[in-house]
Structure formats: C-alpha cells, structure tokens
Unconditional design. Structure first.
Length: 164
C-alpha cells in the first residue's frame, strides 16, 4: 500500500471507531434531538451527512453507487428527524461505507493524482485534495457529535474511549 494512502485509511478507521463508541449509548430519540436549543443539527443528521460524503468520495474513486443520503443530508438543513433512518441503520451504513472507502483508497493510488471532475467542495484541483478535505470534514463532524453529546449532558467521547 502506498505511504500516502496509509494515514488517510488510518484516519477513517479512527473516525469509524470513535463514532461507534460515541453513539453506543444513544436511542433513536437521543440521536434525533437537535442541538443548539432545537435549531442545530442532530447526531442522526450528522451521521447521514457523513454517509452522503463517503458515497461522494467512493464516486471519485470510480466506485459509484446510489446515494440514498443526498436528499436529506447534503444541502438540506437538519429537521426534527422524524423521517431519518433509525440510528442503527445510519451507524451500519457509516461502517459499511467506511469499509468500502478504505478498500477503494487502498486500490486507487493512481486515481488520486487525477484532476477533479469539476470543482471540489472548496475548489480543490485533484481528487487527492478533495479526499483530504473530506477526511478532515469527517473528523470535524465527529467532533461536533461529541459536542452535541456534551450539550445533552452525556459523557465526552474521549471519556468513553478511555473508559472513564
């Protein structure tokens, strides 16, 4: 495996593990509760949003598939979540997409230097730049899930990971 890809795959593995730990004590209702006094995103919305972007990266890596997350989680603001998939389904989708993405990354080294087919989210020029940005984007949102947990009065994800 290429030395460039190894840390990117490792970061996705860390995100997958942290997300699984950060939601294991939540119910669907907890996950759908909106942050910031009912005006911000929920944990469920955030996971759906991350699933959407995993599908987008797979598409860039020549692994296209139907994206059932686009309508609710790409540009659509968070809602009360009544029509969101159950938390267990979102978590399973995230984990499966993560596995597919890591496999695709491991076999796509030559594809990463290719120019973006159109503009990247922040005008990135190469597929690699977009993959790196969306890897950072995922970590940002995993941190936001931690902040939402704390707002709900729950343990910090770091405490859950350490077992404290």
């Amino acid at each position: 495996m290429d030395a460039l890809i190894r840390p990117i795959i490792a970061l996705h593995g860390v995100s997958n593990s942290i997300l699984a730990t950060g939601i294991r004590d939540l119910t669907d209702q907890d996950a759908k509760a909106r942050s910031r006094g009912g005006t911000g995103p929920s944990i469920a919305w955030t996971i759906g949003h991350l699933c959407h972007y995993k599908v987008k990266v797979l598409e860039l890596l020549s692994q296209p598939r139907e994206n059932p997350f686009t309508a609710q989680f790409e540009q659509t603001p968070a809602s009360d979540g009544l029509d969101y998939p159950p938390l267990a389904d979102l978590a399973a989708s995230f984990s499966a997409l993560n596995s597919d993405l890591c496999t695709a990354l491991a076999s796509s080294v030559d594809r990463l230097e290719a120019p973006m087919p159109g503009a990247g989210p922040h005008d990135e020029k190469r597929i690699l730049d977009t993959v790196l940005f969306l890897t950072w984007h995922e970590a940002y949102h995993i941190g936001a899930i931690g902040a939402i947990r704390r707002e709900q009065g729950r343990k910090a994800i770091a405490d859950l990971v350490r077992g404290s």
